[in-house]
Design a protein around this ligand. Structure first.
Ligand code: PBG
Length: 333
């Protein structure tokens, strides 16, 4: 056993005595490079539609997204995650619009690649913004989510996104075998450099509520839930199993979602696999802080930075967060 000094030889408070010392001995730091900005994109020109349950977040038309992307890049943010708001008239049972090469996401990718080529573009691989029932997959007559049929569509969707310029495709659907299918389809189409960020441990969480308002899948989904594919919040070991499968199937990076309530999972995944591990601080987490701060009950910026640092301490390499711009501005000082 290691011998260590005890009081008074050891006075841990010595290292906390002044700012200089605290700065020298700090173990974890947050950097703008750690932050990934999720963006909601919609059709139109110069439109910005507020998301009431996410104060400070809006659904933006493409021209506005380009401006936001430039701002993000200027603040040191290296990646943007795109989420489309699809017109209800384009939604159907199979989410066909998801693999339309002229759809909103491919057009956004091409425009962003031209305007901000250095910014990494992450796309969501899932059908829920495109299905009339709001599920991430196709359904049978009883409303059950069909796994393999969905996986085939996701692979097509990922190839369309890679073709249009996605640097990183991120399957968020939790179907079995989708990472392998996406990887194979990408290789077959010659997209050997496209990275896969797998939402490996994605839980069936009530924290996604405001996001579903933002993309309009809440109304499509109605009272249905996603518990037959997203993970049970009671499980931890199962997350390691999901991550192991995704890595074996060809994921380059893995993700845990939601964030704060699942930091134990972030920690375990990082410890077990030592692979790039991302965490998603989801819409409900963002909404909670905004609501408390609006009441004057919490110091918004301090709690935001403390929370983001907590992700780093748990082992996250990067964090998807709606606070990305605000945090990057603070980091710039
Ligand atoms: C759906 C998807 C969801 C989120 C990201 N991709 C919602 C869901 O699974 O219903 C949630 C993100 C958030 O709450 O911020 N494929």
């Amino acid at each position: 056993m290691t011998l260590f000094a005890s009081f008074p030889a050891a006075r841990p408070r010595r290292l906390r005595r002044d700012g200089a010392t605290r700065d020298l001995v700090r173990e974890h730091r947050l950097h703008a490079h750690d932050l990934i900005l999720p963006v909601f994109v919609q059709e139109g020109h110069q439109v910005s539609t507020a998301v009431p349950s996410m104060p400070g977040v809006a659904r933006l038309s493409l021209d506005r997204v380009l401006a936001l992307a430039e701002e993000a890049q200027g603040l040191g943010i290296r990646a943007l995650a795109l989420f489309p708001v699809i017109d209800a008239s384009l939604k159907d049972l199979e989410g066909r619009e998801a693999h339309n090469p002229e759809g909103l996401v491919p057009r956004a990718l091409r425009a962003l690649k031209a305007a901000v080529p250095e910014l990494a573009l992450i796309t969501d691989v899932a059908l829920d913004p495109y299905t009339s029932h709001g599920q991430d997959g196709v359904i049978d007559g009883q409303g059950r989510i069909l796994n393999d049929e969905t996986v085939a569509l996701l692979a097509q969707q990922a190839v369309v996104q890679a073709q249009a310029g996605a640097d990183i495709v991120a399957p968020s659907d939790m179907m079995d075998g989708r990472v392998g299918a996406v990887r194979q389809a990408l290789e077959a189409a010659g997209h050997i450099h496209t990275r896969i960020l797998a939402y490996s441990a994605k839980y069936a969480s009530a924290y996604y509520g405001p996001f579903r308002d933002a993309v309009g899948s809440a109304t499509s989904l109605g009272k249905a839930d996603k518990k037959t594919y997203q993970m049970d919040p009671g499980n931890g070991d199962e997350a390691l199993h999901e991550v192991a499968l995704d890595i074996a199937e060809g994921a380059d990076m893995v993700m845990v979602k939601p964030g704060v309530a699942y930091l134990d999972i972030v920690y375990r995944v990082k410890q077990a696999f030592r692979r790039p591990t991302f965490a998603y601080q989801v819409s409900g987490e963002y909404a909670m802080l905004k609501a408390a701060a609006a009441q004057g009950w919490l110091d918004h910026d301090a709690v935001m930075m403390e929370t983001l640092l907590g992700f780093k301490r748990a082992g996250a390499d990067a964090i998807l967060t709606y606070h990305a711009l605000e945090a990057a501005r603070l980091l710039k000082g």
